[in-house]
Design a protein around this ligand. Structure first.
Ligand SMILES: CCCCCCCCCCCCCC(=O)SCCNC(=O)CCNC(=O)[C@H](O)C(C)(C)COP(=O)(O)OP(=O)(O)OC[C@H]1O[C@@H](n2cnc3c(N)ncnc32)[C@H](O)[C@@H]1OP(=O)(O)O
Length: 209
């Protein structure tokens, strides 16, 4: 099964949402993902020579083939799992670290590395929105681990979001109507409000993808 073959959304989310157990093997996977993050940061900052580029491309193609030989169906993958206070094993956003979890409020922080650059030292706006999607989605899921999907997410960009600096995040449940959770969030750099978002998450019903 590939990611194109889908299970019931609730069943998939319950299996994929579990924290990845700690074994030497999964620890090695965590270390590889951390190395990929480091690599991504180096890629966006370097202009290598043609010889270096040819060498790196050949190495990457070799590594890609190793990974492709070990591909597993989505439901068995370690990527996207994790959970806990250090967030998920993923590369889409900077690592989000959850500091406080309450029933209707979450506090978290992150530091976005160079890979997430838009222009002129500012974080890419799509990444800001992706951070809110992850954090507000976590808020909507709550302690019960409700399986929700984003129906809409509106982001307002108030000031540039700097890279390589601590950013503080807060998410709140504003209201709940049946399956709908209206959630808001803010992203701060010190005393500066960089961005804020509001979103609707709808809880899935059995049988929904
Ligand atoms: C460290 C932190 C990181 C950790 C992260 C862990 C957590 C990870 C979290 C990751 C999170 C990432 C998550 C992602 O990124 S999910 C990926 C992005 N989202 C999607 O792909 C969702 C696509 N859309 C759908 O699947 C359906 O439309 C959904 C499921 C949303 C609703 O279809 P469904 O058939 O189920 O329901 P319904 O149509 O009967 O509607 C139900 C109610 O909702 C109201 N409604 C619906 N849409 C809208 C709208 N746009 N504006 C206003 N209202 C809207 C509607 O009027 C009705 O209201 P009412 O009549 O009841 O009053």
């Amino acid at each position: 099964m590939t990611s194109l073959d889908s299970l019931d959304g609730i069943a998939m989310a319950k299996r994929r949402g579990r924290r990845l157990e700690d074994t030497p093997h999964t620890q090695a996977y965590r270390e590889m993902l951390a190395a990929v993050r480091g690599f991504q940061n180096a890629v966006v900052q370097a202009n290598p020579s043609p010889e270096e580029l040819a060498q790196m491309t050949a190495s990457l193609q070799e590594m890609q083939a190793m990974l492709e030989a070990q591909a597993v169906p989505e439901v068995e993958r370690w990527y996207g799992r994790g959970g806990g206070r250090d967030g998920k094993l993923q590369l889409v956003t900077p690592q989000l670290r959850i500091d406080v979890v309450e029933e209707d409020r979450i506090q978290a922080h992150t530091v976005a590395e160079e890979f997430y650059i838009g222009m002129n030292g500012a974080m890419h706006g799509g990444i800001v929105a992706a951070i809110f999607d992850a954090l507000l989605g976590r808020m909507a899921s709550g302690a019960q681990g409700r399986v929700c999907r984003t129906a809409y997410l509106t982001t307002n960009y108030r000031a540039i979001t700097p890279l390589n600096e601590r950013l503080d995040l807060v998410a709140k449940v504003e209201s709940v109507e049946r399956r709908k959770r209206f959630v808001s969030g803010q992203l701060w750099h010190g005393d500066t409000l960089c961005a804020e978002a509001d979103a609707l998450f709808v809880e899935l019903l059995p049988g929904h993808q």
